[in-house]
Design a protein. Sequence first.
Length: 349
Amino acid sequence: MIFHIDKEKLDAHIAKASFYYDIAGLAVGIGTGKEGLTYSCTAGFKNVETREKISDDTIFHMASVTKLFTSTAILMLQEKSLIDIDQTVITYLPWFRLADDRLNQITIRQLLTHTSGLPDCSDYHWDQPKTDEDALAAYVRSDEVSKAHLLWDPAECKFAYSNIGYEILGAVITQTSGMSFEDFVDQEILKPLGMADSTLLTFSRDMRKVASPHYKDQANNIRVSKIFPYNRAHAPSSTLTSNLEDLSKWAVANLKKQVLAPETYNEAWRSYAMVPNNGEDIGLGWFIREQRGLKLFGHEGTDDGFRSSFWICPELDFFVLVNANMTGSPVKKISKQILDILLGFEPKY
């Protein structure tokens, strides 16, 4: 099975999707592991008030696509023999506490696969962001974590999406690497791949290059949010900012299996649990889905004011990226529609 990029048809579809889904700003990228980014298209505005348009180099908040970098960092540390993902969390964080004696059973693998039984974060405090280096450890020690109870026994291997689990993974990375979580990802992943427009420390960058977050008010009007979704306490789950060119470098590196050893990819890209209600499975940080008989690996991102979608298909040596700067934008639907068009099918709306 092969795909064909019909630029005129894709451009028309993306313009239509931007209009009918009423999205503030949209950026789409398509490419292959062999050629990199081969197609891009943008629509709408970085900021609806200033009317500055989205461009190929516009930077977006990536939300939970960040977790792919966190899981990769953990697997890098396993390859360096600094972590064994089948060891318990308290092996690496002896100070870790829950209001549940079963915390002693939770393994690193269970955190990677959202099967630990941990609940999810209730408030990211985007309106009260922490920017100091101790913010992550302070969160993992906070009442929200230390007073949490597991939803079920970790041995049940049931999926429950937990941002808390990924903040704990970030603390493990800091503890075992001797670097801050952000520094490890920057030095071991972003810099080696040449992802110069990407950072986890959003507060330190030139925000003029970054798309503004948007939402719809009660009258369904698009508004610019006064709050940008950044808090260093939630860096491992959420704070990557990036653009199409950099994300394409990340896609290419994974399609070529250049970031991790081939056997590590085999471990990361197999199913560990079924994700309820959406027909997907979870690997080691990567979600796994099928479309038109093809298997895709990737992640969605959802935070206030932004949506992101990142998927690769090793079978076709293909990737598709969709970023939007508005709450509720149907980026996953758009991603699936694009793949249908590439494969010669009429997209489903």
